[in-house]
Design a protein around this ligand. Structure first.
Ligand code: UD1
Ligand code: MG
Length: 452
């Protein structure tokens, strides 16, 4: 077969998505759907990789810009044949096989693609088309075969003649084609059809006319070649992708109590013997170490979690770092910039933002810790608040090792509580507290006796 080039069509708006965002940037398991055909292409190590962009081309390019890929701009979207022609400058001088993929077909696997390319090679075809049989083929281009099983032509749904719509084998939009034939055939394609578009599919009939070898390659699993046209298919693709991801984690030693209600993004990494309860969302570039327990209803995004960590029910965590043997929740909120050192504990209804919590330090109940640096073995009493905002600026709080903060304390930042200090419950601290000192800053309790 010689050299391989991969061409991905991604210029269409995706009208049926009814969205302001170009279709190929809608996410599947946390990554834009175009990521998947691109990833698959790279596994095949093509000598050229071209993505045809058009609608919101700048957004797509900004997201996927890379040295190994060329973007071809299709200014007006006049059909799939026209889209391939837009890539001809990028394929100048290339005479091998072009694998054409669609940016809106994210579930295609490496195995099927390799089998497809192998069959193309084995049959010495000039053109191979991946097809599938569908219960309901409406909307797709239909496949017509010659008596010997080779491919005769593809007719778009809107161009079918009466009776032809019952053909159930459809064109998946994935092709393997000889580059020289591809561009010479496309120069003959005209938009004389129901949609007034340049159909890439017309090259099938042209190949037949030239007595070239054209074959369909039928796959069994229609989900693999499912094109995403509406949000109904988007949901379906997410479901299938999530199932694949969940199974991969389970095979690698992660317990998912209920994989169907566990939402794990593509880039998430999870250590062995970690147990994840239902309704958890592990998003973005989150990593979990070994032997963790994530209780029901937690959402963890872009966070690095060590080993033997327990995240109790209904906690929400984003852009944080959590070391080994930490306990969080239930109902904790860790916001961006939170760092929890080994053995620390953040309990129920505690919110932490942009703060460092030192080794063995505990804030077990009802507290707000923002813009603060806490040392080791500190006890933060219930109802403690760092008053970090004066209406204009954020200010820092520093709490040194061994401090005990009594319940319902307000720490008015900027402020420092030095090592081993002890704050009496209900204090409003506005001045630095020296080391080894008891600070009490509250109204004295007064008793007035009843007269009668
Ligand atoms: C196409 C096929 C149809 C097949 C179906 C499979 C043609 C004429 N028809 O139809 O036989 O059954 O896919 O899903 O090829 N695109 C561009 N520029 C354009 C038009 C489309 O880049 O001018 C891209 C789209 O972004 C998309 C892909 O090509 O990634 C397919 O386009 P789409 O409009 O979805 O084609 P279908 O009508 O689904
Ligand atoms: Mg489509």
């Amino acid at each position: 077969m010689g050299e391989l080039a991969v061409l991905i069509l991604a210029a269409g708006k995706g009208t049926r998505m009814k969205s302001d965002l170009v279709k190929v940037l809608h996410p599947v398991a946390g990554s834009p759907m175009l990521f998947y055909p691109l990833d698959l292409s790279r596994i095949l190590k093509p000598s050229r990789l071209v993505v045809v962009v058009g609608f919101q081309a700048d957004l797509v390019q900004a997201r996927f810009k890379a040295e190994d890929l060329t973007f071809a701009l299709q200014k007006e979207q006049l059909g799939t044949g026209h889209a391939v022609l837009a890539a001809s400058p990028a394929l100048q001088g290339f005479h091998g096989t072009v694998l054409i993929l669609s940016g809106d077909v994210p579930l295609l696997t490496e195995g099927t693609t390799r089998n497809f390319l192998q069959s193309h090679r084995d049959r010495q075809a000039i053109l191979s088309v991946m097809t599938v049989e569908l219960e309901n083929p409406r909307g797709y281009g239909r496949v017509f075969r010659n008596a010997d099983g080779s491919l005769l032509r593809i007719v778009e749904d809107k161009d079918l003649k009466p009776g032809e719509e019952k053909v159930r084998e459809i064109n998946s939009g994935i092709y393997s084609v000889d580059a020289d034939f591809l561009f010479s055939a496309l120069s003959h394609v005209t938009p004389q059809n129901a949609q007034r578009e340049y159909y890439l599919t017309d090259i099938v009939a042209l190949a037949n006319k030239e007595k070239k070898r054209v074959f369909p390659f039928r796959v069994e699993d229609s989900l693999e070649v499912m094109g995403i046209n509406s949000r109904v298919e988007l949901a379906k693709a997410n479901q299938v992708m999530r199932k694949r991801i969940a199974e991969q984690h389970m095979l690698e030693g992660v317990t998912l109590i209920d994989p169907e209600t566990t939402y794990i993004d593509r880039e998430v990494k999870i250590g062995q013997d970690t147990v994840i309860y239902p309704n958890c969302h592990l998003l973005g570039k989150t990593t979990l170490g070994a032997g963790c327990v994530i209780e029901p209803g937690c959402k963890v995004s872009n966070t690095q979690v060590g080993s033997q960590v327990i995240i109790k029910a209904s906690s929400v965590i984003s852009e944080s770092r959590i070391e080994d043997h930490v306990e969080v929740g239930p109902f904790a909120h860790l916001r961006p910039g939170t760092q929890l050192r080994e053995g620390s504990k953040i309990g129920n209804f505690v919110e932490v933002k942009k703060s460092l919590i030192g080794k063995g330090t505990k804030a077990n109940h009802l507290a707000y810790i923002g813009d603060a640096t806490l040392g080791e073995k500190i006890n933060v009493g219930a109802g403690t608040i760092t008053c970090n905002y004066d209406g204009k600026k954020k200010h820092a709080t520093v709490i040194e090792n061994g401090v005990f903060i009594g319940s319902n304390t307000s720490l008015v930042a900027p402020v420092k509580i030095s090592r081993n200090a002890f704050i009496g419950a209900g204090s409003t601290i506005t001045k630095e507290v020296p080391p080894n000192t008891l600070a009490v800053a509250r109204g004295k309790q007064v008793h007035y006796r009843r007269r009668s």
